[in-house]
Structure formats: structure tokens, C-alpha cells
Design a protein around this ligand. Structure first.
Ligand SMILES: [Zn+2]
Length: 242
């Protein structure tokens, strides 16, 4: 890793999903002073979310998560451009929501949305950070179009199937840890010019971190052949396909 190259990258970050994985991402990035944060989520706060989603309180139940998250951060007086989009990212609205952003951080619990983000990243040439969690496990990866493997590079041939983070089976502290790992990838890439093409697996049952080297596949239908089935043939809204 090289030395620190700049203090704060003046970029726009789109956070997809305003649940547990994004709570500390949005807080830390806003305090870090990056130029703009967009928070995208069509879901509402439920009582069952409160254990893991640390920015929400009992009075927020029923309110849109993206708007509550924006308001919580705004009340702290941190001077970022904060935008809330109370809608699910899908194959129809993605250009409006993502245009002009420099980095996408995936904080969803949906493999379908993650595949859509991967295609958007390649099509719009925007790096993204994947976070995913289950029980006591986390996986995370930085994906930079043209420089690293994309999500489809290691899933298309079933070499590696990302875990699906349904909040029903995630230990209560794991989403906060996923947030920290996403911010660490952000910092290492933008502030230390670090670009490891690895998928990281963190197992909190024995505190082991496994790094698996990834590499771009020339036959990848998404990043090499530019075929985008999620964008062109499906409309994804939240956890459902239409
Ligand atoms: Zn690929």
C-alpha cells in the first residue's frame, strides 16, 4: 500500500440500501467530509430492524429509511450534500439515481439488486463496493470496472456464490462490521491508492480473515461482453422481480 495521497476525496457516493450495513457508512462518510452522499431505499423502518440498524429509533417506525437516515445525519450539522431517495433502485430509475455519482456502496440484502448494481457499475463505469453478510460471516469486495473482477466474473461459472444477507439470520453486530469494512475499502482505494483484486471473507466465529484472489474473466458476459440482463430484461423492486 502506498502512502496517503489526499485528505478527503471530493466525490459523490451513492449508498444503496439504508439498513444496518449502511448506518455507519453514511455516518462515517458524512463526518469524513466527502462532497455528496445519496441514500437510496424504498423500505420503511420496522420494529424488528432496531436491533441492527443503529440510526433508527422507536419513533421512526413506519417512516422511509432513506429519509430518516438523511435527517439523522443532517441534524448533526455535518456539512455534506445529503440526498435521500425513498425508492428502490431498479432497472428503470437507475440512471436518474446514479448519474454523476463516483462510487456505489451496496448495503442491500438482495442478490438481485447486487447483480443489478454490478451491471450498472460496468455500464456507467462507476466503481462499487459489495458488502454481504450472513450469521457471523461477512464478505466484501471493491469492484472497479476494467481493473478488477466484477461480481459476475466469479459467480457466472458458479466458482463462488456470494452469501445472501437476509437480516433474519445475521448476528446483531455484523451489519455494523460490514459498514466498517466498506469504509475501509473506500479509504484504501481513494486515499491510499490500494487496489487489491480480492474477495475478503471475515468469519467472526473464529476471527479469521480469508482473502481469495479474483481476476477478470475475458469470457465474462457482463464486464467483457457488456451483456446486462438485469438492466434490460427485469425490473427489480426491493426483493421482488417484476
Ligand atoms: Zn466480469
Amino acid at each position: 500500500m502506498t502512502g496517503r495521497i489526499s485528505c478527503v476525496p471530493q466525490i459523490s457516493v451513492s449508498i444503496i440500501g439504508a439498513g444496518g450495513n449502511s448506518s455507519l457508512v453514511s455516518l462515517l462518510l458524512s463526518r469524513h467530509g466527502i462532497k455528496e452522499i445519496r441514500i437510496v431505499d424504498g423500505d420503511s423502518v420496522e420494529k424488528s430492524n432496531l436491533e441492527r440498524q443503529t440510526l433508527f429509533g422507536i419513533n421512526d417506525i413506519g417512516l422511509n429509511k432513506a429519509e430518516v437516515m438523511k435527517n439523522v445525519i443532517q441534524r448533526q450539522g455535518i456539512f455534506n450534500e445529503l440526498l435521500a431517495f425513498p425508492e428502490y433502485l431498479d432497472s428503470v430509475n437507475y440512471e436518474r439515481l446514479i448519474a454523476g455519482t463516483d462510487l456505489i456502496i451496496d448495503c442491500t440484502d438482495s442478490i438481485q439488486t447486487r447483480n443489478l448494481i454490478n451491471e450498472i457499475s460496468i455500464k456507467m463505469d462507476i466503481p462499487w463496493i459489495m458488502t454481504s453478510s450472513m450469521e457471523k460471516f461477512l464478505e466484501f469486495k471493491l469492484i472497479v470496472p476494467g481493473k478488477t473482477a466484477c461480481l459476475n466474473c466469479f459467480t457466472e461459472k458458479q466458482n463462488l456464490i456470494p452469501i445472501n444477507c437476509s437480516y433474519d439470520n445475521v448476528d446483531f453486530y455484523i451489519p455494523s462490521l460490514a459498514s466498517i469494512m466498506a469504509v475501509s475499502l473506500f479509504s484504501n482505494y481513494y486515499e491510499y491508492s490500494s487496489l487489491e483484486d480480492c474477495i475478503y471473507f471475515l468469519n467472526m466465529s473464529d476471527y479469521s480473515l480469508t482473502k481469495i484472489n479474483a481476476s477478470r474473466r475475458e469470457s465474462c458476459s457482463v464486464c467483457s461482453k457488456k451483456i446486462f440482463p438485469e438492466i434490460t430484461s427485469k425490473r427489480i423492486i426491493g426483493r421482488s422481480l417484476y
